[in-house]
Design a protein around this ligand. Structure first.
Ligand code: AMP
Ligand code: MG
Length: 353
């Protein structure tokens, strides 16, 4: 009997060795993936009329890219739910059912963001009001015409406003809109909700050191490795002297949390010599007098975004009371003519409080 291997046996041995090698190589790559140097990865994505940016530190950039693709997909999904600009968004479709005798099925995200909007509307005494949509549209029309809304126009728009026109059943996942012409505008909260959702997706994919920025609405995961916190530059453009670099406020935020800025810097109108914001005071139906800017720090982006919009409408005392309802939250109120901001609460990493 010959001890020489047949060609078939040789080929089997060769295949076995090859598989073994590939297995070892994969194992080495996996170990390297877990122990290699941490790398900073930055990914951008256009959505909701702004640029979203994800910054993450991880040993495996491909894993970050995969996770970021999922996170950006979630942001797009939230835009398709919440957008006031897309006529086929879920919220626009829902508003077309008003007034409705029956509850309408809604996505989990819409129920969640709408519930948060209603909660913040209640505690802010209506300064934040997601049913302000008809007034917003009237304001935009008048802005284009360069005039203030007439009294009769304001009165008509006001009839569509009020959170008592929305009935949510979270268990059944339905919304019923009772008031004719109600227009829900989630523009003051949706970006904060989107950065929170993107952060959650990234964390679920095993990425911990993350920042998600939706054009000033920022949700923070754990800080960059070996650093005490995320270094943020807050620049209230349009307030005071824009060219003054001293007006840039640098903060280091160590804990997880979120920051949101509301202001009229890029979105204001001048009518009869007065400057007005795109944020409306629901009590008057007019834009908040500008210039104004506020940055809020809160536990999550949804809260920070809505509070920043609400505080734009409120005076300092009312703003302080509102922040008291959200333990750990704080705000920087920028001075229209320059100088350091006033601080409500303890703003993390801000040296001058
Ligand atoms: P933000 O930039 O987050 O302050 O959101 C501003 C957007 O919120 C506006 O463009 C409107 O779509 C919407 N909005 C305006 N005024 C209010 C208000 N008082 N409450 C809730 N949303 C508002
Ligand atoms: Mg907001």
């Amino acid at each position: 009997m010959s001890h020489l291997a047949t060609p078939v046996q040789m080929s089997r041995v060769f295949t076995h060795l090859l598989v073994k090698r590939i297995w070892w190589l994969s194992l080495l790559l996996a170990i390297w993936g877990c122990q290699g140097p941490l790398q900073k990865v930055e990914i951008e994505h256009a959505a909701m009329g702004t640029r979203f940016r994800i910054v993450a530190y991880h040993r495996n950039p491909q894993q970050v890219e995969r996770a970021a693709r999922l996170a950006m997909g979630t942001i797009d999904r939230i835009e398709n739910i919440c957008s006031d600009w897309k006529s086929d968004s879920e919220i626009r479709q829902l508003c077309r059912t008003a007034p409705s005798d029956y509850p309408v099925k809604a996505s989990e995200e819409l129920i969640e963001v709408l519930s948060r909007a209603i909660e913040i509307s209640r505690v802010s005494g209506g300064a934040f009001d997601p049913t302000v949509g008809t007034l917003v549209r009237l304001w935009r029309r008048c802005q284009q015409a360069g005039r203030l809304p007439r009294l009769d126009e304001l009165q008509r728009a006001r009839q569509t406003i009020g959170i008592d026109g929305i009935v949510i059943d979270s268990d059944a996942r339905t919304v019923q809109l009772l008031r004719e012409g109600i227009a829900i505008d989630l523009g003051g909260i949706a970006k904060g909700y989107a950065v929170d959702a993107a952060l959650k997706v990234m964390e679920a994919q095993g990425i911990k050191h993350i920042l998600v920025d939706g054009g000033g609405d920022i949700s923070l995961g754990f800080p960059p490795p070996d650093q005490e916190g995320w270094r943020l530059e807050l620049q209230p453009a349009g307030v005071g002297n824009d060219t003054d670099s001293d007006r840039v406020i640098r903060v280091v935020i160590g804990s997880r949390g979120a920051v949101a800025t509301s202001g009229d810097a890029s979105r204001f109108v001048e009518i009869e010599g007065k400057r007005y914001s795109h944020i409306l005071d629901p009590a008057t139906g007019l834009g908040v007098p500008g210039p104004h800017a506020v940055t809020v720090h809160a536990a999550d982006g949804t809260t920070a975004d809505a509070l920043a919009t609400a505080i734009s409408v409120l005076d300092e005392k009312e703003a302080g009371k509102l922040l008291d309802r959200f333990p750990g939250s704080s705000a920087l109120l920028f001075d229209p003519v320059g100088g350091p901001p006033r601080v409500l609460g303890v703003f993390p990493g801000y040296p001058n409080h």
